[in-house]
Design a protein around this ligand. Structure first.
Ligand code: FMN
Length: 327
């Protein structure tokens, strides 16, 4: 089996250049451990912060080297979460959606690598400024929260910036990567690995309701939308500029473009949203996946997903090395 070895695999001491996204609520210890066992690096989703849940998830991942990710603006409200999690010796801590500066020294002093997920060039400059070890360039195809840039131009633009101003940092691409083609393309764009969310949300170990898993298997890449209505319903005050990509369904059809009305009705609609989410209703709540949905045909163990993506990418890159004929 061919294996891709590069600066990312060496920096993280992993076999495959694949990192699982720290998906709030969905990426627990079992998923992270399975990704690490397969030769990638699994990240536990710190989400909006629940110290008991995080402790349980780190216990579930015991025996595997894993990392963790936080929503930076939310972490600012409860910074002790980071202090607690660093005691579990994560390999890396990813910060996304906010200024990383307040947290970088603590992460580094604890011996963990600093990862910054970026949605635009200003964010990449922030990552350069704090000396991030790993910079993740996230394209708008991504599931969950993100912003506007398409990965096809954002990833190489970020690669050029890092080459010029922070050559020691390693770039990773995120958004829409679900198979070997995506990983191979990310490497061609100047990244050295992929951060994968949606494809692993659709893994057996993800903390996702069975009916939501069924919905992704049926979906095409057209069936998602970037919106703020899921955050309005949950009353989670996301900063301007970030939206969430979720399944386009009855809930988004009803409220997208009617945000003010939803805000007025949130006392009723909020609990409705949360109940539908708990029940796995695919139509009346947020179903959190990205455009990569169109590349997913089955719910499989994370180990198999990681191995298939890595070996397929390596084979494709090796095959392409043979496309040049004699002049
Ligand atoms: C269900 C879900 C939840 C997510 N939650 C988070 C999160 O809590 N923190 C974060 O940094 N990114 C989060 N993301 C975004 C991922 O970090 C990543 O950028 C994205 O999943 C990559 O694109 P893909 O979904 O096409 O693979 C989430 C993504 C999904 C699908």
């Amino acid at each position: 089996m061919p294996v891709i070895t590069n600066r990312l695999t060496r920096m993280l001491n992993i076999r495959h250049p694949i990192i699982s996204a720290p998906m709030a609520f969905a990426a627990g210890g079992a998923l992270a451990a399975a990704v690490s066992a397969a030769g990638g690096l699994g990240l536990i989703g710190g989400g909006y912060g629940d110290s008991t849940w995080l402790e349980e998830q780190f216990d579930l991942a015991a025996g595997q080297r894993v990392g963790v990710g936080f929503i930076t603006w939310s972490l600012r409200k409860s910074p002790s979460l980071l202090t607690d999690v660093l005691k579990r010796k994560p390999v890396a801590v990813m910060l996304s959606f906010g200024d990383p500066r307040p947290f970088v020294a603590e992460i580094r002093n604890a011996g963990a690598l600093v990862m910054c997920q970026c949605q635009n060039i200003d964010h990449v400059w922030d990552a350069i400024d704090v000396g991030a070890d790993i910079v993740v360039a996230q394209g708008a195809e991504a599931g969950g929260h993100g912003a506007l840039r398409g990965a096809l131009s954002f990833v190489p633009e970020a690669a050029d910036l890092l080459a010029a101003h922070s050559p020691g940092a390693v770039l990773v691409a995120a958004g829409g990567i679900a198979d070997g083609r995506g990983l191979a393309a990310a490497l061609m764009l100047g990244a050295e690995g992929a951060l994968i969310g949606t494809r692993l949300w659709a893994a057996a170990e993800a903390l996702v309701h069975r009916r939501h898993h069924e919905a992704i298997v049926d979906a095409t890449g057209d069936d998602t939308i970037r919106t703020t209505v899921v955050d309005i319903a949950r009353q989670i005050p996301w900063p301007r500029g970030f939206t969430a990509r979720v399944r386009r369904n009855a809930f988004t059809q009803r409220w997208h473009d009617h945000e003010a009305l939803l805000e007025q009705s949130v006392a009723v609609e909020g609990p409705r949203y949360r109940q539908a989410f708990a029940e796995g209703d695919p139509d009346n709540t947020g179903v959190w996946f990205g455009e990569a949905a169109g590349l997913i045909g089955a719910i499989e163990p994370a180990f198999d997903v990681v191995e298939k993506i890595a070996t397929d990418a390596a084979r494709r890159l090796a095959d392409h090395a043979g496309i040049f004929g004699a002049p």
